[in-house]
Design a protein around this ligand. Structure first.
Ligand SMILES: Cc1ncc(COP(=O)(O)O)c(C=O)c1O
Length: 432
């Protein structure tokens, strides 16, 4: 049996940083990443046989936990029928129908293989539909690693953003404007300055990439209004929130509070693939008609709508569409965050918590943040110590303080109790 350390040494020889996605490397918290051998319901087991309550759930997809029998059976059956054909299959139609059934703003979807691909394609679609180039994104939101999105704000509204990654030419981000999340005044100024050149605004409705930060209702209402007024398309990136915070995604929560609220384009990923590489973007039929082969906007993929991935996604969606699923998931998640808060209070450690459906966040701070600056201005040292104490006690939270947490339907009373018991000891140790 190899240890995590041995595997990480081996990995670093053949894979940059030893990982295939940077956050897995534990750089933010230090220490050796756990190499996961298998998952069982709400638990994951590492290469050394240690078990952890899993609050990452593959960063969102595993809403039913690991190895759900109905999903497993659907995947095995699909695999026996063939891995990939590069020709249309019935399940792609079924999955598209299923997504549309739950998200009224979407009349058609195109399936792709990752959230990055879906967001990149959604922006191309918005540009094709409007004939404009400029896009707005918000600091702290992540929409995948397409060049034009790896950008941070310039020094003022009139200046261009700067690439946040080497290898992204400055010219590629010149059409991207980065604004502060939840800042209505800045939004108004930006629309006044170049609203009529805007193709789209892309936003995470609950930003899970700065831990857990909600858009305020007034901000979302203004954003929606300004986009309508200036003919820009509102892209809601529900890769993380879609089918997780509610069956109809975060947009359904806004629609409950704001009559007629709909985004123009929606992006999904994670849950709709149930753990397989699958994502999607969708909109009205008119907007989607811009896409090849109907329209002039090119978009394609060898493995798009893959038969095994669609089987996994469909089986997952069938399970989560059962009555009461999200209510139960939301209650369990609330129990977790309320419990964490109570344990922190008892230890005299400031902690702010929030959750929606099966998505949650906690901050070592007195109050919940409202933007990127306040989300990262928390006690990092405390978070890192807490993370490691929990990991040692068999609880696997995201190894970085700016990431959301995920609860699955497999998380039961026993897992919550295990977590809160570990948290009690971890918070108490933080006092020293
Ligand atoms: C909101 C959001 N959009 C897009 C992406 C990119 O998805 P992927 O990692 O599948 O490319 C992510 C990934 O975490 C995400 O959280």
């Amino acid at each position: 049996m190899s240890t995590n350390e041995q595997l990480f040494d081996r990995a670093q020889k053949v894979i940059p940083g030893g990982v295939n996605s940077p956050v897995r490397a534990f750089r933010a918290v230090g220490g050796t990443p756990r190499f996961i051998a298998r998952g069982e319901g709400a638990w994951i087991v590492d290469a050394e046989g240690r078990r952890y309550v899993d609050y990452i759930g593959s960063w969102g997809p595993m809403i039913l936990g690991h190895g759900h029998p109905a999903v497993l059976e659907a995947v095995l059956k699909a695999a026996r029928d063939g891995f990939s054909f590069g020709a249309p299959t019935e399940r792609e139609v079924e999955l598209a129908e299923e997504i549309i059934r739950h998200v009224p703003s979407v009349e058609q979807v195109r399936l792709v293989s990752s959230g990055t691909e879906a967001c990149m394609s959604a922006i191309r679609l918005a540009r094709a539909a409007t004939g404009r180039s400029r896009l707005i994104k918000f600091e702290g939101c992540y929409h995948g690693h397409a060049d034009a999105l790896l950008v941070k704000a310039g020094s003022g509204l009139a200046t261009f953003g700067h690439p946040t990654s080497a290898g992204v030419p400055p010219e590629v981000v010149q059409h991207t404007t980065v604004l502060d999340f939840n800042n209505i005044q800045q939004l108004e100024e930006a629309f006044a300055a170049y609203g009529d050149e805007l193709a789209c605004v892309i936003i995470e409705p609950i930003a899970g990439n700065m831990n857990f930060v909600r858009t305020s209702e007034s901000f979302m209402a203004w954003l929606r209004e300004l986009c309508y007024k200036h003919g820009a398309l509102l892209i809601m990136d529900e890769v993380m929130t879609g089918f997780r915070v509610a069956l109809g995604g975060a947009q359904s929560l806004y629609a409950q509070r704001m009559q007629g609220f709909v985004p123009d384009i929606s992006v999904f990923g994670k849950v709709i693939g149930g753990g397989m590489p699958l994502a999607a973007f969708g909109a009205s039929r008119t907007i989607m008609a811009q896409l090849a082969p109907l329209g002039p906007a090119y978009q394609a993929g060898t493995l798009s709508g893959n038969p095994v991935a669609t089987a996994c996604g469909l089986a997952t969606l069938h399970e989560i569409a059962k009555p009461g699923f999200h209510e139960a998931l939301g209650e369990r998640t609330r129990e977790l965050v309320d419990g964490l808060k109570a344990e922190a209070d008892a230890a005299g450690i400031p902690l702010a918590v929030d959750s929606e459906g099966g998505l949650f966040g906690f901050f070592f701070a007195d109050a919940l943040p409202h933007d990127y600056a306040s989300a990262v201005a928390v006690d990092k040292e405390r978070f890192n110590r807490f993370f490691h104490a929990m990991l040692d006690a068999g609880v696997y939270f995201a190894p970085a303080l700016y990431e959301a947490g995920f609860v699955s339907a497999a998380h039961g009373q026993a897992e919550i109790e295990h977590t809160l018991k570990a948290a009690r000891a971890a918070f108490t140790a933080l006092r020293t």
